[in-house]
Design a protein around this ligand. Structure first.
Ligand code: PRX
Length: 568
């Protein structure tokens, strides 16, 4: 039995009010994600159930029950409040997938601050841009990431507290640095959780666009209504499940479905704080008897590459449901998983901005390999014309995916960029910026993005950020960054560079520039390939035409280039 047995019937009867009632929420009530994921679950009698099973790269395991998690998140909330952090302040999490990341996330929300998770592999510039935009008050981190923070200290005077979770020795602390040692915090059975209401800001996720700096998508506590019910219906989680979401909470999947949704359902989650190997992943599933697994197409393709021998060495019979997110899930990957695991990966589609799933393949529904599935109940999802942005209802015609605003997890603004936020809403629809078509049966088929943002291994990277960073290198005069097809990561970054006079292209210089970007931005933003060119194709107004570079890489028609200043 699945949590929903008929998609059509669920669509027919679904109301957001019924979800609110299921969660015991009434409009105007206080609602706090930290409380919903811990105290509420304990009140429902599930305090003894395991909430977190965490494993590090050496195989060491630590576990928390919901009751222990309730107490530890109280303690963290108390610690932060005591320190002088106020509701509404931004508190950044800059850590690997250590337990403090998960407990800290809920603790921050419990004391009313806004949690700002950032990917720990970010380099100094990526980090600083996001801290600067959010005017972050505190950052919680590990010793190993301290050098990056110390590096940008002089330009971040708004950052009052640097909180280290794995240091015991106060002697070596520098300016603004503090220690948070969960094991030695007073165990607080009660904490006066901040009385947030539906529209109180909760999570701030930075996401990249085509132009400008990354934008902070601001979510609110009410989002838990969407995250709870999408987890229940699309991932089909039930009380006995052992669930594994492979995403890092630096990205929205790792928070909406790696923290909030599952814990609001009282589900046991596993976390593997270790890099990817097929052997490591299958051992993890086997060891913890994982039943539901949510991962990304890049990981699935990497597993496909490793072949079936490694699968045969493991007992993976605990698995019962597989789902995927972040990039197009090719039909081949779905058919492969059916063959080797005896079940198909179910694609889901959504974005940082949507906060929760928009389109899914529900377990009760036939999977059409290669399709993203159908809209979530209670959400009106359709297509608008690529040029006019008018809604249309024609089967098989490509348009931009659009959603009628009003679902609970919708972002409420881009921090400091209200105009950009407003531009996302046209003719009464929120435009996702992705192209798709809908077939005769109402299934959505992804076609591509409507902009130049690069999706590498399921993560969005803004070409403008890379180009700006490249220009900071002394040898670079002009640059353009595009996504180039890749059989594992879907796309990788390729940079086109025109050098300044007096600089010669060489393998050494290429590696130097790659490393420069890796350190400044992140390993994902690092160009995997650099092509040195004399000049870049530009419009007469001086705008670089990435479209032309991209078409060449993807073997597509270049299209109208009448506005091109030079023809490369
Ligand atoms: O282009 C779409 C792609 O990833 C974008 C959202 O990225 P982000 O905000 O980082 O959130 C990722 C995780 C929720 C989308 O605009 N994308 C996401 N899911 C799919 C997808 N592309 C194709 N198929 C999908 N299932």
């Amino acid at each position: 039995m699945h949590n929903i047995s008929s998609y059509e019937e669920t669509i027919e009867n679904f109301t957001w009010k019924s979800v609110e009632e299921e969660l015991g929420y009434k409009p105007g009530d206080t609602i706090n994600i930290g409380e919903y994921c811990t105290d509420r679950i304990c009140r429902l009698g599930m305090g003894k159930r395991k909430a977190l099973i965490w494993q590090d790269h050496s195989g060491n395991v630590k576990t928390w029950t919901f009751d222990q998690m309730r107490v530890d998140t109280n303690s963290i909330a108390w610690y932060l409040e005591n320190m002088g952090i106020k509701p509404g302040d931004r508190v950044c999490l800059f850590m690997d997938k250590v337990p403090e990341l998960y407990l800290g996330f809920l603790g921050i929300l419990k004391m009313g601050a806004i949690v700002q998770p950032l990917f720990s592999a970010f380099g100094t510039e990526s980090l600083e841009t996001r801290l600067e935009d959010a005017k972050t008050t505190a950052i919680i981190t590990q010793k190993k990431h301290l050098p990056k923070i110390r590096n940008i200290l002089k330009d971040t005077e708004y950052l009052k507290f640097i909180i280290i979770v794995d240091q015991k020795d106060e002697l070596h602390l520098k300016d603004r640095e503090h220690i948070l040692d969960i094991e030695n915090l007073p165990k607080l059975d009660h904490f006066h959780t901040y009385k947030s209401t539906a529209e109180t800001p909760s999570v701030l996720h930075y996401t990249s666009g085509t132009t400008g700096k990354p934008k902070g998508a601001q979510h609110v506590h009410y989002s838990v209504i969407s995250q709870y019910i999408t987890t229940k219906y699309s991932l089909d989680l039930k009380e006995d499940d052992i669930y594994w979401c492979t995403a890092d909470p630096g990205w929205v999947t790792g928070t909406s479905y790696g923290i909030i949704g599952p814990w609001a359902n009282g589900i046991t989650q596993c976390v593997l704080d270790s890099g990817f190997t097929a052997e490591g992943w299958y051992s993890f599933i086997e060891k913890h008897k994982i039943t539901v697994w949510y991962t990304a197409p890049t990981a699935i393709r990497a597993l496909m590459k490793e072949g079936e021998e490694v699968i045969k060495k493991h007992d993976l019979s605990s698995l019962r449901f597989l789902a995927s997110i972040g990039e197009p899930l090719n039909a081949e990957a779905v058919l492969w998983s059916d063959k080797v695991f005896g079940m198909k990966f179910h694609d889901t589609y959504w974005q940082t901005e949507t906060g929760s799933m928009v389109i899914s393949n529900y377990p009760c529904m036939k999977v059409k390999p290669g399709s993203m599935g159908k809209p979530f109940p209670g959400m009106e999802v359709g297509l608008v014309d690529i040029n006019t942005h008018e809604y249309f209802d024609k089967k098989g015609v490509v348009g931009i995916i659009a959603i009628k605003p009003g679902w609970p997890a919708m972002f409420r603004t881009y921090r400091n960029k209200k105009e950009m936020y407003d531009q996302k809403f046209v003719n009464g629809w929120y435009l996702c910026g992705d192209r798709a078509s809908i077939d005769e049966d109402g299934y959505f088929w992804f076609v591509g993005r409507d902009d130049d943002v690069i999706n590498t291994a399921g993560h969005l990277v803004g070409p403008f950020e890379i180009e700006s960073a490249l220009l900071e290198h002394p040898a670079v005069a002009e640059s353009a960054a595009i996504g180039k097809p890749d059989h594992i990561n879907m796309e990788v970054v390729k940079a086109f560079i025109a050098l300044k006079p007096g600089h010669e292209q060489s393998k050494m210089l290429e590696l130097e520039i790659m490393n420069f970007i890796r350190k400044k931005l992140s390993p994902l933003a690092m160009p995997q390939e650099i092509e040195f060119v004399k000049s870049l194709p530009k419009t007469r107004s001086g705008k670089i035409m990435r479209r032309v570079l991209k078409a060449k890489e993807w073997g597509e028609e270049i299209g109208d280039i009448s506005t091109l200043e030079n023809n490369m």
